[in-house]
Design a protein around this ligand. Structure first.
Ligand SMILES: Nc1ncnc2c1ncn2[C@@H]1O[C@H](COP(=O)(O)OP(=O)(O)OP(=O)(O)O)[C@@H](O)[C@H]1O
Length: 245
């Protein structure tokens, strides 16, 4: 589903250039859930953003569903396959757009018909009833907003979701609800996930495999089973696991 190799991503020009990602390589199979973990600033979000077409200063290969991607231009077909959910549902929803407007726009952008029925279905899918359809973001809790953001991503009927810390802006009590929702949605829709998190417990809950990043490089790729056993091969991974226990 996703193949990334020799990925370098940078910001700015010398002498101020920041090499945010260096030589990253990983593959994610159809239906798999893959985590990117590591300390703040290690380059996790940058990888997702380069895949999503939000950064054009990168080199290497990114292949999605058998198609090589170039620069930061993505066609409509790409966004039919790949959607992203951001960390902060407060920032990612326009304050003056109702839930109905957000979802209708996403559906129309993908050329979908039968908007009414689809909106009802999307709201059901993310555990929000019809009563939420005409609400505005300020009338929603953080968890409900993130559900709307997830519904917006699902509107395109994507196969790959890029999840950038989807629960870290939420109250602890709500985080588990959203993680469980993501788990269910993956099973029901056969989705593939790439999820960034600094929280190993979250990745352990949702992912099958993970890549550990340190200072822009992937230092280890491991299974969640190995993570649970604390069986990191690299010192850095063992340090990360120990720090999270
Ligand atoms: N737009 C930008 N311009 C310049 N530097 C950037 C930009 N975005 C990210 N960086 C730098 O790239 C590096 C990687 O950042 P990135 O956000 O990918 O890290 P992260 O691992 O996702 O961290 P966090 O968990 O804090 O979000 C950091 O050094 C960051 O300062």
């Amino acid at each position: 589903m996703l193949n990334v190799s020799d990925l370098d991503v940078w910001f700015g020009d010398p002498p101020d250039r920041v090499d945010a990602v260096r030589g990253a390589a990983f593959s994610v199979a159809q239906g798999e859930s893959f985590g990117l973990v590591g300390e703040s600033g290690s380059g996790k979000s940058t990888i997702l953003r380069a895949i999503a077409g939000l950064i054009d200063s990168w080199s290497g290969q990114i292949e999605v569903d058998g198609r090589q991607i170039e620069g930061a231009r993505r066609d409509r077909g790409f966004y039919k396959t790949v959607q992203m959910v951001f960390q902060d549902p407060y920032a990612s929803l326009h304050p003056r757009h109702s839930v109905d407007a957000v979802l209708s726009e996403a559906l129309r952008l993908q050329g979908m018909g039968d908007i009414d029925r689809r909106i009802t279905r999307l709201l059901e899918d993310v555990g929000l009833g019809k009563g939420f359809r005409f609400r505005y973001p300020h009338q929603l809790s953080g968890g409900q907003r993130q559900r709307v953001a997830i519904a917006r991503a699902l509107a395109a009927e994507p196969r790959l979701l890029l999840l950038d810390e989807p629960t870290s802006a939420l109250d602890v009590s709500v985080q588990a609800e959203i993680l469980n929702l993501l788990k269910e949605l993956r099973e029901e829709h056969g989705l593939t996930y790439v999820m960034v998190s600094h929280d190993l417990a979250v990745v352990g809950h949702i992912c099958d495999r993970l890549a550990v990043m340190q200072q822009g490089e992937i230092v280890e790729i491991m299974s969640v089973d190995a993570l649970r056993r604390g069986a990191g091969e690299q010192d850095y991974t063992r340090h990360l696991i120990a720090a999270s226990q």
